[in-house]
Design a binder for this molecule. Sequence first.
Ligand SMILES: Cc1cc2nc3c(=O)[nH]c(=O)nc-3n(C[C@H](O)[C@H](O)[C@H](O)COP(=O)(O)OP(=O)(O)OC[C@H]3O[C@@H](n4cnc5c(N)ncnc54)[C@H](O)[C@@H]3O)c2cc1C
Length: 417
Amino acid sequence: MRRTTTVVIGAGHTGLAMSRCLSERGIDHVVLERGEVANSWRTERWDSLRLLTPNWQSRLPGLGYEGDDPDGFRTMPEVIGLIDGYAQAIAAPVQTHTRVTAVRSTDAGYLVRTDRGDWHGRTLVLATGACNVPCVPRLAEAVPASVRTLTPMEYRNPDQLEHGGVLVVGASATGVQLADEIHRSGRPVTLAVGEHIRAPRTYRGRDIQWWMDAAGVLDQRHDEVDDLARARKVPSLQLIGSPARTMLDLNALTESGVRLTGRLAGITAGRLLFSGSLANQCALSDLKLGRLLDTIDRWATEHGLDGQVEAPHRFPPTRVEAAPALSLDLARAGIKTILWATGYRPDHSWLEVPVLDRKGQIRHDGGITGSPGMYLIGMPFLRRRKSALIDGAGDDARDLSEHLVSYLTGRIREEVA
Ligand SMILES: Cc1cc2nc3c(=O)[nH]c(=O)nc-3n(C[C@H](O)[C@H](O)[C@H](O)COP(=O)(O)OP(=O)(O)OC[C@H]3O[C@@H](n4cnc5c(N)ncnc54)[C@H](O)[C@@H]3O)c2cc1C
């Protein structure tokens, strides 16, 4: 068995940010990765995906953006190149093709079993990602065998799909991007819309991510929000990182011919049943967009920016049909494929340390778990609103590595006393 001070599991950007912070603090460690560095971006994303965060907004500890296109959006090969290059630049001690199969606690720390031998670490960092498994609703079981279903992790491009109609379920970033792409391929798309967050690509001449970063929205801390459980479940913004900087909201999709329905509520005898909440969901989303823009406008005025940027304005409300369909016969509507853009969840099924709640999620306080010396990173709103973004890993890794060092120092004092 090999021994080290800290075992980091996962060589995505969060595991690497942690590795860099541990190295800076002189902590001996290893990063165990089941695939290659940036495995999720290599194997689980669709072909046309670009980051929806601008190039400048993928800062990692010791790495800023130095290219000549700060406002552009990286393609997948560029994201893989970024993360790969970072691993090399920081000389991260990554063991690739090493899958962790079990983790147990011991008197001295954690036993980490892998398909390439065991490791022992006094401390442990779980950086295995928030999006390991697509969330597919139970009602998927009622889809007739004649209709193909797939998840965004399986989807690569429209050529994979049969000709004919497509139902995309879910209208957050993934759902709106895939509905748009598939509709453009000539397949009629119906989009089932539940809770969603409408956002413009640009506002008053600047990228929305610039405003949220500058105004401190993304820095909001986990101990500052009223309802943290709710904040951790907020869906991703309806954004696309296209070179044309287009706004991809429901109005844009309706204009291009995508049909909107309410949330998919059931499937029975080959019929899709939709909730009647479409207009309400859209009104709520418009309201939240208005609140975000109010915050931005206030911040711009307080910081003397009003003369330097375009004047404030508001976007027209989301248009919905007066009576959107409440049910659709799959065969009659010609729907051949259902795509579940219904979110993702982490997979910690190999973790044998009692830190999981009833839903199999790790209980933690800003990434500090109830098991001493065990840390979690890369989850939505882990410590800050930006925690699940590439740009959020740095601050979280700095905080958690500081806690880890003080934990180790305390342990050493106890052992010496
Ligand atoms: C579709 C999509 C689009 C996104 N777009 C953006 C964006 O535009 N901008 C942005 O900032 N963020 C974006 N994100 C969010 C975020 O950056 C990603 O979720 C990111 O991949 C999370 O980084 P991570 O390092 O925590 O996890 P991951 O990148 O998933 O890395 C985890 C690593 O752990 C490894 N691993 C998992 N289990 C094991 C095991 N048992 N043993 C060994 N290794 C294991 C995996 O192979 C993987 O390499 C997007 C996410 C998704 C899903």
